[in-house]
Ligand binder design. Structure first.
Ligand SMILES: Cc1ncc(COP(=O)(O)O)c(C=O)c1O
Length: 393
């Protein structure tokens, strides 16, 4: 029989696949060093604690643990999240929390809730590729806003870019892909502008706990709790395969997103939520977080040293104080996609920068991730990249 013709909706063509996911086959070949993906270090997964929590939950609450449950999420987990948010300075009720299948699902729900053709959406540049994937299907009018230490740059305000925006999607700390962090003064100014121009703030914060020496400034919710939809995730502090994330927002936003989640998947896994709540309630993070921070701090330092030692002049890079990424800018007119081809042949993979731009990609940029690579391999891989760049200049 001939294959049936597939007739996808027009919106599907607006969702770009990730270059890194398409390189996954190459990544898995022996000897290849991948600085491409954004995976957490396997050494950071609390396997024993998770096994014990799943066992205990099934033994003590078997049927309820595998039964359908509420769309908003298990109360035990929402309570833990609300307590943590409250302890960080913003009083939070479990009803202000929605559990999602990773924060990626929260981005998808947000897109369905707020984006429609031509709706102005403010983004940083570059920004998280997965957010662009989630939003683009619904045809936003992306407005790239410039931000510096004092908040929105004057040109952004003068050009009226924030006027009429539905929301701003913003990563405040240890951003993906740049590793950058916004100052507290900047967060205050962004919150004030959101009030003035009446737009919402979508704060995506999966990396906030992964600081190396000092914690980042407090959440945007501190400055504008009435208009911030904050999302975070257990992917980077427990394990991404759990697919557990959450949204913290005013009740009217939670109610809207929960309605849309119901249409998507009814709820996030009951058992996984309950097991995670047990792991978290055990107090594991007190020792676990410092351990993870140390892993990434050491690997980041190895990457920065290797870049210093191996890159020719004209190449610049970010110096993150937390998270999993370093952002590299090559001298123009070098194109990181061309470099990637040569690097794959030499057994090294990275994420070319173009996918991280809502508009007008800077082709001379790339993201390096050090999270799953031991220091000696980081040095080898950066050495190979340095040599290829030198040859290309
Ligand atoms: C900025 C940002 N937001 C959201 C996500 C999605 O993470 P998850 O769905 O695993 O919570 C990622 C994943 O890397 C990310 O970097």
């Amino acid at each position: 029989m001939p294959p049936a013709t597939l007739s996808p909706a027009a919106r599907t063509y607006r969702v770009q696949g990730s270059v890194i996911r398409s390189l996954l086959k190459v990544t898995q070949q022996p000897g290849v060093i991948s600085l491409g993906g954004g995976m957490p270090s396997p050494a950071s997964f609390p396997i024993d604690a998770m096994r014990a929590a799943y066992d205990a939950e099934l033994a003590e609450n078997g049927p309820a643990a595998v039964q359908y449950s509420t769309t908003e999420g298990e109360l035990c987990l929402r309570e833990w999240i609300a307590e943590r948010e409250t302890a960080k300075g913003v009083p939070t009720d479990p009803d202000d929390v929605l559990i999602t299948a990773g924060s990626q699902q929260a981005l998808d729900l947000l897109a369905k809730a707020f984006v429609e053709p031509g709706a102005p959406v403010l983004v940083q540049s570059p920004t998280y590729l997965g957010a662009l994937q989630a939003f683009s299907a619904f045809e936003p009018d992306y407005r790239v806003v410039g931000i510096d230490g004092e908040g929105f740059r004057r040109e952004t305000i003068e050009a009226g870019l924030t006027d009429g925006a539905r929301f701003m999607y913003i990563m405040c700390n240890f951003q993906n892909p740049t590793g950058g962090t916004l100052t507290e003064a900047c967060l205050r100014a962004v919150a004030e502008r959101a009030r003035l121009d009446d737009f919402w703030l979508v704060e995506d914060d999966p990396y906030g706990d992964l600081w190396y020496r000092t914690p980042p400034p407090p959440s945007l919710r501190t400055w504008a709790p009435e208009r911030t939809i904050r999302m975070s995730s257990f992917s980077k502090i427990l394990a991404p395969g759990l697919r557990l994330g959450y949204v913290v927002a005013p009740p009217e936003a939670i109610e809207l997103l929960a309605r849309l989640k119901q249409a998507t998947d009814l709820q996030t896994s009951t058992l996984t939520q309950r097991a995670a709540a047990r792991v978290l309630r055990s107090g594991i993070l007190t020792e676990h977080l410092p351990r993870i921070r140390e892993i990434y701090a050491v690997q980041c330092a190895a990457m920065l040293e290797a870049l210093e030692a191996c890159m020719p002049s004209g190449v610049s890079w970010s110096r993150p104080e937390g998270g999993m990424f370093v952002w590299v800018t090559l001298p123009e007119p070098l194109d990181s996609l061309v470099l990637l081809k040569a690097a794959v042949e030499r057994g090294v993979i990275f994420a070319p920068g173009n996918g991280f731009y809502a508009v007008e990609p800077a082709l001379n940029t790339l993201r390096l991730s050090f999270s799953t690579v031991p220091p000696e391999k980081i040095r080898t891989a950066v050495g190979i990249l340095g040599k290829l760049i030198r040859e290309a200049i």
